[in-house]
Write a new protein. Structure first.
Length: 163
């Protein structure tokens, strides 16, 4: 299993926001994150190839809502789905998440190496690489303000049960 830098950003932002309402829970999640990144989990940083792909993703008008805030809100758009997808593509690692909608949208323009919904035990995008588990994947992703997501690293748009 691995975790990309974008997931750490989402998780940390969620922890900080949670601290305004529930200091104890925020502390517990902060300790969990610290133990996670100091464990043997693979941390996937932003590298040159990933940064280039991420930059290309931000030029696709249909994906604009994933990184540009709505004109109707003053809130910044700090979601990391594009960066998580870029890491997954470069690392050839399927993505595991309970919120597949944005990743399905990304896949229309940048084919993902797989998409798994652990809550439904479904592969909306079947993994193109059958050896992803032997390489130390999936990639864990997510934020404290949402349900956790796990990213593991393509093919059909129809949901399929795991074999």
């Amino acid at each position: 299993m691995s975790i990309p830098f974008g997931a750490v950003i989402e998780i940390e932002r969620g922890i900080v926001n949670l601290a305004n309402h529930n200091v104890r829970r925020a502390y517990m999640l902060s300790e969990w994150l610290r133990s996670l990144v100091t464990s043997d989990i693979i941390f996937l940083p932003m590298n040159f190839e990933t940064a280039r792909l991420y930059g290309q993703m931000t030029t696709v008008p249909a994906l604009r809502d994933l990184w540009v805030p709505s004109a109707l809100t003053n809130k910044p758009k700090l979601g990391q789905d594009l960066s998580i997808a870029a890491v997954a593509i470069i690392m050839d690692a399927p993505i595991a998440t309970m919120n597949t909608k944005d990743f399905m949208k990304i896949d229309r323009f940048f084919p993902l190496p797989g998409l798994y919904n652990p809550a439904m035990d479904e592969w909306p995008i079947w993994p193109r690489s059958l050896d992803c588990r032997s390489r130390g994947f999936p990639i864990m992703t997510g934020g404290a303000s949402r349900r956790s997501r796990v990213s593991t690293g393509h093919q059909s748009t129809g949901a399929r049960r795991t074999p």
